[in-house]
Design a protein around this ligand. Structure first.
Ligand code: FAD
Ligand code: NAD
Length: 463
């Protein structure tokens, strides 16, 4: 049968792929999207951002009801956990959102193919479905196949007691003890979920700090707060093995006594999904970290083949994948399309949240860039006091001579929302003076941003 020809085939319906497909359709292209999972939305919607945030929200409410409400003068006699209901709420949200992507595809007349995509040539793809294989052709092909968990030698993943984030989003009972391997984003977010629900959580981290890549001062303040919440953080520890022992698990690490626990979560990073894609058929070589090399317009070395999201360089973040998808197809369709990598926020949804955009202090020091720093603690912010959420601070780094904002780092309640103002400021090339002279509603947490901006010039008012 002759292959059906499209203007664009997108492989993968994660936030990179599905957003790219919708934007391309808006621009008038005939688009097909191939996804091997029955539900659309990718890692982010099915087993990543969304279900983890649902559980973080629910577990935080449980924690508040158990011990946080008393300081507001609210006595709660008895708090029970209905874990099955909590998990069902999370699953319902995922179902609603994956179906939402389905209807967006229909609305935008995107042809959806269910099956595993493999290159037959630079413009030809085979789709291996459950019962048949189809061939498709396109002028342009966009690889948005995302990433999956990096395994660790010696750690025997069994999908039950020793699992990855995917399993840890659905454990049917709260483990009495949990060992998390890796104090990165997943380790701290999901470690927090199970700790709040009652597990004794020990996080083993290879480096001497948590959250590599985050501003060191902010990460170190967060580390103290998380430890106070009950997470046992063992740093400078290299895990060598995790094995099942009947109904228990045994974790071994250099320099530590073996730790026995009920469950293990492996969270030492993710790797790009390129296996089984047939890249050899188009002679597309990977870089040293297994990623697909692309230029600034997301073009690979093969004409007409593009790649975006977790499968290429840069932070593995849903919004980064989305912006790349849009820029890529806009460039294909119009000749213009751009992503500003200096203005991509990063958020860790612990309590308090950690959000940042731009350069860390360490990066500025390493690059020899002179900077000024303004810092303002939430302890001195009226709204934070009213909310009983006084932990953390806002830190603004601005160029020593031009005053242009180079980095903003927030540890505190709703940091994930507050960071949007900083992202807009960086996107528009604002100076700390611009932010300091912008009127902020009172009382709001956002006033801490204004105060930190004032602090860059040594003129914070409320401290
Ligand atoms: P993916 O979302 O991984 O989608 C790729 C899709 O391609 C998948 O659906 C896959 O099935 C499909 N696919 C792969 N190969 C083939 C093939 N050969 N044929 C057909 N289909 C194929 N990021 C954030 O920004 N915020 C968060 O809060 C956040 N939380 C996270 C929590 C967890 C637990 C995890 C694991 C990740 C989280 N992330 C978060 C990261 C985020 O999920 C990824 O950065 C994002 O999903 C990447 O998007 P993508 O489109 O590149 O790839
Ligand atoms: P990560 O890269 O954030 O952290 C992995 C950690 O494991 C690092 O601190 C690393 O030093 C440590 N490690 C590596 N080998 C080890 C060993 N042998 N023993 C002990 N520790 C070891 O990776 P992750 O937490 O798995 O997350 C993967 C990606 O998913 C992240 O990079 C992030 O981009 C994305 N993600 C984002 C969010 C968010 O935006 N809120 C949430 C979850 C995941």
């Amino acid at each position: 049968m002759a292959a059906r020809k499209h203007d664009l085939i997108v492989i993968g319906a994660g936030p990179g792929g599905y957003v790219a497909a919708i934007r391309a359709a808006q621009l008038g292209l005939d688009v097909a999207c191939i996804e091997k999972e029955p539900a659309l939305g990718g890692t982010c919607v099915r087993v990543g951002c969304i279900p983890s945030k649902a559980l973080l929200e629910s577990s935080e409410l449980y924690q508040q009801a158990r011990s946080g409400l008393a300081r507001h003068g609210i006595r709660v006699e008895r708090v029970d956990l209905d874990l099955a209901a909590m998990l069902k709420r999370k699953d319902d949200i995922v179902t609603q959102l994956t179906r939402g992507v389905d209807s967006l595809f229909k609305k935008n007349k995107i042809t959806r193919h269910l099956g595993h995509a493999r290159f037959l040539g630079p413009k030809r793809i085979s789709v291996q479905g459950a019962s048949a294989t189809t061939e498709l052709e396109a002028t342009n092909i966009l690889i948005a196949t995302g990433s999956s968990v990096t395994p660790l030698k010696g750690v025997d993943l069994d999908g039950e007691r020793i699992g990855t984030s995917t399993e840890a989003l659905s454990w049917p009972a709260v483990p009495e003890s949990l060992v998390v391997i890796g104090a990165g984003v997943i380790g701290l977010e999901l470690g927090s979920v199970w700790s709040r629900l009652g597990a004794k959580v020990t996080v083993l981290e290879f480096l001497d700090r948590i959250l590599p890549g985050t501003d060191k001062e902010i990460a170190s303040e967060a580390q103290k707060i998380l430890a106070k919440q009950g997470l046992v953080l063992r740093l400078g520890v290299r895990v060598t093995s995790a094995k099942r022992k009947g109904e228990r698990c045994m974790v071994e690490a250099e320099g530590l006594e073996p730790i026995e626990c009920e469950r293990v979560l492996l969270a030492v990073g993710r790797k790009p999904n390129t296996e089984g894609l047939g890249l050899e058929a188009i002679s597309l070589a990977l870089d040293e970290r297994g990623r697909i090399p692309v230029d600034e317009h997301f073009a690979t070395a093969i004409p007409g083949v593009f790649a975006i999201g977790d499968v290429i360089r840069g932070p593995m973040l849903a919004h980064k994948a989305e912006d790349e998808g849009i820029a890529c197809v806009e460039h294909i369709a119009t000749g213009y399309g751009h992503v500003n990598y200096d203005a991509i926020p990063n958020v860790v949804y612990t309590t308090p949240e950690i959000a940042s955009v731009g350069k860390t202090e360490e990066e500025l020091q390493q690059a020899g860039i002179e900077y000024k720093k303004g810092s303002f603690p939430f302890l001195a912010n009226g709204r934070a006091k009213a909310m009983a959420a006084t932990e953390g601070r806002v830190k603004i780094l601005a160029h020593a001579h031009t005053d242009r904002i180079l980095g903003v780092h927030i540890l505190g309640a709703h940091a994930s929302e507050l960071i949007a103002e900083a992202v807009a400021a960086i996107e528009f090339g604002a100076s700390s003076e611009d932010l300091a002279r912008t009127c902020h509603a009172h009382p709001t947490l956002a006033e801490a941003l204004k105060e930190a901006a004032l602090g860059v010039a040594g003129r914070s008012i409320h401290i």
